[in-house]
Structure formats: C-alpha cells, structure tokens
Design a protein around this ligand. Sequence first.
Ligand code: V47
Length: 383
Amino acid sequence: MAELIIDDARLKPVAEKVLAGERLGFDDGIALYRSPDLLAIGWLANHVREKRHGNICYFNINRHINPTNVCVAHCRLCAFGRSPDAPGAYTFALEEIFARAEQGIREGATEFHLVGGLHPDLPFQYFLDLLRGLKQRCPGVHLKAFTMVEVGYFARIAKLSIRDTLLALKEAGVDSLPGGGAEIFNPRVRKVICDHKVSGQQWLNIARTAHQIGLRSNATMLYGHIETEEERVEHLLLLRELQDETRGFVAFIPLAFHPENTALSHLPKTTGFADLKNIAISRLLLDNFDHIKAYWVMLTPKIAQIALRFGADDMDGTVVEEKIYHDAGATTAQFTPRAELERLIREAGRVPVERDTLYGPIDRSKMPPPAGPRPDVSLTLNV
Ligand code: V47
C-alpha cells in the first residue's frame, strides 16, 4: 500500500487514531467532513477496509421488486410515491409479483429486495400473502423485505405492536430487512424532508426490535440535501451505538440524494467528491459494521468502482428493476450484468466474490445455471 500523505494538518490526530485502531468520536467525524483532503481520508478508509476484507469485493445476484408506489407519506425527498389517483400510480396484483420473482429465479437471483409505498387501502394480509407466495414459489431465495418505515406503518394499520408485526412478517417469510427510510435521524431534518414518516428514534427502535427477534437488517443515511455535517455524524454515531448493542446490522449504504421530480428539486445533485467522502467517512466511523456498500444505481458504476478504493467492500447487486432512484432522475442502467460487475471490481484491483444477502459465499457449481442474460422487464403495470 502506498504511503499516507496528509495535506490537511487537522487530520493528523484522526489518522493517528485510525492507525492505532482506536474508535473515532464526534469531533473526529466533523474534522473528516470539514477536510478537503479526500485522498488522505480515502487512504485511511481503504486501510480499514483492507484490514477487514483484504482484496475481496462482494456482489450479489438480486432483483428489486416494488409492489406499489402508492404512498400516503408524501415525503419531500421522494419522487417514487404517488397518490392513488395520480398518473403513474400502480399496485401489482400478487400474480404479477410472482411472475417477476420467477423471472428472477431464471436470472439466478439469490435475493429479492422488496420495498414499496405506504398504501392507504392494502391490508397487512396482502403483504403476508405476498411473502408466503414468494417463499412457496422461490424457497431458496432470501427475502430482504420492508423498511423500518413500512414495518411501522403495518403495525399501525394492523393494530399490532412492532414486535408482533415483525414476528408475523418473519413467520410469513421475511429473512432480513433492507436499510432504507433512515434518511437523517435528526428531527429538524425529518420535519422538512419526510415529516409523516416514523421518527428517527422510532426507526432505531424498530431496527432494535427486529434484531432482538433474530432478523438482521441493513442501515442507510441519505445525504446531500439540507442536512449539516453535525447531523450526518450524529446519524452515523446513533447507528454505531445501536450496533454495539445488537450486532444486528449487516451492511451500511450511504445514499446520495437525487433531487429530480421531488419537492426539493431546487437542490443541486451531490458531487463525486461528496459521494466518495461519505463512503470513506462511513467506513471510518462505523467501526462495528462489517460491510459498506457502494450502491452503483445511486453512485453510478464509475464512482462505485472508485469507492472500492475509498472504503467500500460491496457493489450491491444486479438489481434489474429499480424505480426509487430512476423516478428521481438517476441516469444509471436498470440492470448491471454479473460479468460487468466482475469487470468493474477486477479493474479496481479487487477480487469479486458472489455472496448471499448475509455475506455467505455462493457456490454456483452446486446450483443450476441461470437461464438467460437479459431480464424481462416488460411486464405490464396494473395502473
Ligand atoms: O428508503 C428515496 C432513499 C431509499 C430518494 O438495504 C432516495 O441493501 C435519493 O434503501 N434520492 C431506498 N434517495 C434505497 C435503499 C437501499 C438501496 C440499496 C440497497 C439497500 C439495502 C437499500 O432511498 C429510501 C430512501 O431512503 N430515497 N428517495 C431520492 N429522491
């Protein structure tokens, strides 16, 4: 590894802690965010990343499925959610979701990533039937389903406690939870970007309860809108504190805000500099998280590839059908084939390793080969 060169003297004490394996504090996080010395920050994050994972970079073969975009939350940050009668509003019949899932099986998917809007009329039973139907048809596929925000909403409409809601979801087939909906935990920010969602404290409590009943989850942070550096550091440290308690988080995904078609469309897009800095600072502050994902849909494959040398150890998956970012102006593809993920990873000097959702290795020699290289995304929407 090349030598660490620090241009910004303020980073010296932070670097000393990182090299000594000491935990960073709030002020260290602020110093990192305030520093323009991206290469030194990246060097430190890469140092931590290589100590944990060597040269490995993980990816998976997955499929995103969004059962409905009808949502009562109307978050200002979101371009995906719609009122029930708005143009483009859709809700899939269960059979349509099963058809997408079966297509996913033919593509070799080991994971379905299921998230959607907070629908005013769909009963909790629809989601339980969806999970049971998927498990029955695709028993080997991991169901990473429903954010803490959806779990909070299900509990409300089903009049159940959070624990009983999670137990019902687990019993119906949820294997783990994705990390979305965390945004920024601070109430000042939530009031502006997502005022009708669960609070930051509720998000953390739902994650805690999920972990307590044996469901692992991911975590995210949405950056690049109205949040301050202090609010980002606070968010990361709250996640780290909960991880100390439960050890239930699997991966962290920093998410860059995409303003197009949202009520915050006047805000500028994040830059590559900010994206790489957020990856690196996450790696440095979240010392008890095993994995930091460079989600290519959001970062672009070009920045995601560079992120593999700035702290990230995972490129996420093939994805196939992404709506949340594309509705908000993402220009990335819907689908990145396995061979392209492997090429990006290898070119960054890393060794691609296909994983399952919980980072177990996948041995394709023991599985039937996937059917075809191109996904069929032409299924019609039930508008
Ligand atoms: O929950 C919504 C965010 C999340 C916008 O757990 C937006 O493995 C940017 O959570 N601009 C969905 N972000 C994505 C997500 C995710 C992605 C990949 C992997 C995993 C995982 C989780 O995206 C939402 C919200 O936090 N979001 N709108 C927007 N306009």
